[in-house]
Design a protein around this ligand. Structure first.
Ligand code: FE
Length: 205
Protein backbone atom coordinates (compact mmCIF):
# COMPACT_ATOMS: atom_id res chain seq x y z
CA UNK A 1 0.00 0.00 0.00
CA UNK A 2 1.37 3.44 -0.80
CA UNK A 3 2.27 5.57 2.19
CA UNK A 4 0.03 8.45 1.05
CA UNK A 5 -3.08 6.29 0.91
CA UNK A 6 -6.00 7.99 2.63
CA UNK A 7 -6.92 4.75 4.35
CA UNK A 8 -3.70 4.82 6.37
CA UNK A 9 -4.12 6.30 9.85
CA UNK A 10 -2.11 9.51 10.50
CA UNK A 11 1.31 9.01 12.06
CA UNK A 12 1.73 9.23 15.83
CA UNK A 13 3.51 12.64 15.67
CA UNK A 14 0.77 14.01 13.39
CA UNK A 15 -1.92 12.91 15.84
CA UNK A 16 0.01 14.35 18.76
CA UNK A 17 0.39 17.73 16.99
CA UNK A 18 -3.32 17.77 16.18
CA UNK A 19 -4.20 17.04 19.81
CA UNK A 20 -1.89 19.78 21.13
CA UNK A 21 -3.25 22.27 18.60
CA UNK A 22 -6.84 21.44 19.55
CA UNK A 23 -6.08 21.76 23.25
CA UNK A 24 -4.40 25.16 22.80
CA UNK A 25 -7.37 26.39 20.77
CA UNK A 26 -9.87 25.13 23.36
CA UNK A 27 -7.94 26.86 26.13
CA UNK A 28 -8.02 30.09 24.15
CA UNK A 29 -4.23 30.20 23.78
CA UNK A 30 -4.24 29.78 20.00
CA UNK A 31 -6.82 31.59 17.86
CA UNK A 32 -8.75 29.35 15.46
CA UNK A 33 -7.03 29.28 12.08
CA UNK A 34 -3.75 30.75 13.34
CA UNK A 35 -1.75 27.63 12.50
CA UNK A 36 -3.27 27.44 8.99
CA UNK A 37 -2.41 31.11 8.42
CA UNK A 38 1.20 30.56 9.46
CA UNK A 39 1.58 27.38 7.38
CA UNK A 40 0.13 29.24 4.39
CA UNK A 41 2.64 32.08 4.87
CA UNK A 42 5.53 29.59 4.84
CA UNK A 43 4.15 28.01 1.68
CA UNK A 44 3.30 31.16 -0.25
CA UNK A 45 4.77 34.28 1.29
CA UNK A 46 8.12 33.65 2.96
CA UNK A 47 11.10 32.47 0.98
CA UNK A 48 14.46 33.38 -0.52
CA UNK A 49 12.87 35.22 -3.46
CA UNK A 50 11.95 38.00 -1.02
CA UNK A 51 15.52 38.11 0.26
CA UNK A 52 16.82 38.23 -3.32
CA UNK A 53 14.62 41.22 -4.16
CA UNK A 54 15.89 43.01 -1.05
CA UNK A 55 19.52 42.36 -2.06
CA UNK A 56 18.92 43.50 -5.65
CA UNK A 57 17.35 46.74 -4.42
CA UNK A 58 20.24 47.34 -2.01
CA UNK A 59 22.68 46.84 -4.91
CA UNK A 60 20.93 49.36 -7.13
CA UNK A 61 19.64 51.92 -4.68
CA UNK A 62 22.15 53.51 -2.30
CA UNK A 63 19.55 55.09 -0.05
CA UNK A 64 17.68 51.78 0.29
CA UNK A 65 20.98 50.04 1.18
CA UNK A 66 21.61 52.64 3.86
CA UNK A 67 18.12 52.15 5.32
CA UNK A 68 18.54 48.35 5.20
CA UNK A 69 21.81 48.46 7.13
CA UNK A 70 20.40 50.94 9.66
CA UNK A 71 17.02 49.29 10.32
CA UNK A 72 16.52 45.99 8.49
CA UNK A 73 12.95 45.12 9.61
CA UNK A 74 11.74 48.57 8.54
CA UNK A 75 13.53 48.48 5.16
CA UNK A 76 12.53 44.86 4.50
CA UNK A 77 8.95 45.93 5.25
CA UNK A 78 9.04 48.19 2.20
CA UNK A 79 8.26 44.98 0.30
CA UNK A 80 5.04 44.74 2.33
CA UNK A 81 4.07 43.71 5.84
CA UNK A 82 1.19 41.29 6.35
CA UNK A 83 -2.10 42.49 7.80
CA UNK A 84 -2.24 39.32 9.89
CA UNK A 85 -0.77 39.98 13.35
CA UNK A 86 0.93 36.54 13.60
CA UNK A 87 2.65 36.92 10.24
CA UNK A 88 3.51 40.56 10.86
CA UNK A 89 5.16 39.52 14.13
CA UNK A 90 7.44 37.12 12.23
CA UNK A 91 8.14 39.79 9.61
CA UNK A 92 9.13 42.26 12.29
CA UNK A 93 11.62 39.88 13.95
CA UNK A 94 14.67 41.93 14.92
CA UNK A 95 17.16 41.34 12.11
CA UNK A 96 20.58 42.77 11.32
CA UNK A 97 21.90 42.91 7.77
CA UNK A 98 25.60 42.11 7.44
CA UNK A 99 27.23 43.67 4.42
CA UNK A 100 29.94 41.68 2.66
CA UNK A 101 32.83 43.78 1.37
CA UNK A 102 36.15 43.09 -0.37
CA UNK A 103 37.69 42.88 3.12
CA UNK A 104 34.99 41.09 5.15
CA UNK A 105 32.94 37.98 4.43
CA UNK A 106 30.02 37.25 6.79
CA UNK A 107 28.38 33.91 7.46
CA UNK A 108 25.43 33.08 9.71
CA UNK A 109 24.66 30.14 11.97
CA UNK A 110 22.56 29.27 15.00
CA UNK A 111 24.86 27.23 17.24
CA UNK A 112 21.99 26.38 19.61
CA UNK A 113 19.27 25.25 17.20
CA UNK A 114 18.14 26.68 13.86
CA UNK A 115 17.28 30.40 14.24
CA UNK A 116 17.07 31.92 10.79
CA UNK A 117 15.42 34.93 9.09
CA UNK A 118 12.39 32.93 7.90
CA UNK A 119 10.50 35.93 6.59
CA UNK A 120 13.13 36.65 3.94
CA UNK A 121 14.73 33.22 3.42
CA UNK A 122 11.92 30.72 4.13
CA UNK A 123 12.68 27.53 6.04
CA UNK A 124 16.37 26.75 6.61
CA UNK A 125 18.11 23.97 4.67
CA UNK A 126 18.74 20.73 6.57
CA UNK A 127 22.50 21.29 6.79
CA UNK A 128 21.90 24.62 8.55
CA UNK A 129 20.03 22.76 11.31
CA UNK A 130 22.55 19.91 11.50
CA UNK A 131 25.11 19.62 14.30
CA UNK A 132 28.22 19.46 12.06
CA UNK A 133 27.55 22.87 10.46
CA UNK A 134 26.44 24.47 13.74
CA UNK A 135 29.48 23.34 15.67
CA UNK A 136 32.18 23.52 13.01
CA UNK A 137 31.45 26.83 11.29
CA UNK A 138 32.36 28.77 14.45
CA UNK A 139 35.60 26.80 14.94
CA UNK A 140 36.91 26.45 11.39
CA UNK A 141 34.78 28.68 9.16
CA UNK A 142 37.23 28.71 6.24
CA UNK A 143 37.33 24.91 6.10
CA UNK A 144 33.53 24.67 6.25
CA UNK A 145 33.13 27.32 3.53
CA UNK A 146 35.67 25.48 1.37
CA UNK A 147 33.47 22.38 1.61
CA UNK A 148 30.69 24.51 0.10
CA UNK A 149 33.12 25.35 -2.72
CA UNK A 150 33.75 28.83 -1.35
CA UNK A 151 37.45 29.60 -0.91
CA UNK A 152 37.80 32.87 0.98
CA UNK A 153 41.16 34.58 0.25
CA UNK A 154 43.53 34.93 3.22
CA UNK A 155 43.32 38.73 3.16
CA UNK A 156 39.53 38.63 3.63
CA UNK A 157 38.32 38.43 7.22
CA UNK A 158 35.61 35.84 7.90
CA UNK A 159 33.04 36.83 10.52
CA UNK A 160 30.62 34.25 11.91
CA UNK A 161 27.39 35.49 13.47
CA UNK A 162 25.45 33.35 15.94
CA UNK A 163 21.71 33.92 15.58
CA UNK A 164 19.27 33.46 18.42
CA UNK A 165 15.60 33.66 19.20
CA UNK A 166 15.75 37.41 19.66
CA UNK A 167 18.05 38.44 16.83
CA UNK A 168 18.45 37.11 13.30
CA UNK A 169 21.12 37.93 10.74
CA UNK A 170 20.99 38.23 6.97
CA UNK A 171 24.00 38.53 4.66
CA UNK A 172 24.05 41.18 1.96
CA UNK A 173 26.33 39.52 -0.59
CA UNK A 174 28.75 41.34 -2.87
CA UNK A 175 27.37 42.38 -6.21
CA UNK A 176 29.36 40.43 -8.81
CA UNK A 177 31.35 42.17 -11.53
CA UNK A 178 29.79 42.10 -14.97
CA UNK A 179 26.32 43.04 -13.75
CA UNK A 180 26.58 46.77 -14.47
CA UNK A 181 23.34 48.17 -15.86
CA UNK A 182 21.27 45.09 -14.96
CA UNK A 183 17.68 45.64 -13.85
CA UNK A 184 16.67 44.94 -10.25
CA UNK A 185 14.69 41.94 -11.46
CA UNK A 186 17.62 40.44 -13.36
CA UNK A 187 19.94 41.02 -10.40
CA UNK A 188 17.45 39.32 -8.06
CA UNK A 189 17.56 36.22 -10.29
CA UNK A 190 21.24 35.58 -9.46
CA UNK A 191 20.90 36.03 -5.68
CA UNK A 192 20.82 32.57 -4.12
CA UNK A 193 19.67 31.49 -0.68
CA UNK A 194 23.18 30.33 0.23
CA UNK A 195 24.66 33.71 -0.71
CA UNK A 196 22.36 35.31 1.90
CA UNK A 197 23.55 32.76 4.50
CA UNK A 198 27.15 33.42 3.52
CA UNK A 199 28.08 29.96 2.25
CA UNK A 200 28.20 31.04 -1.41
CA UNK A 201 28.91 34.07 -3.59
CA UNK A 202 26.60 35.52 -6.25
CA UNK A 203 27.78 34.97 -9.80
CA UNK A 204 26.89 36.86 -12.98
CA UNK A 205 25.75 33.92 -15.08
FE1 FE B 1 18.13 28.67 16.94
Amino acid sequence: MSSDSHTDPPSAPALRIKAIQQLLTEKGLLPTGAVDTIVDAFEHRFGPRTGARIVARAWTNASYRKRLLADAPEAMGEFGHSEDPHIAMIERTPTIVLENTLKVHNVIVCTLCSCYPWHVLGLPPNWYKAAPYRSRVVIEPRAVLAEFGLHVPDDVEVRVWDSNNELRYFVLPLRPAGTEGWSEERLASIVTRDSMIGTALCKAA
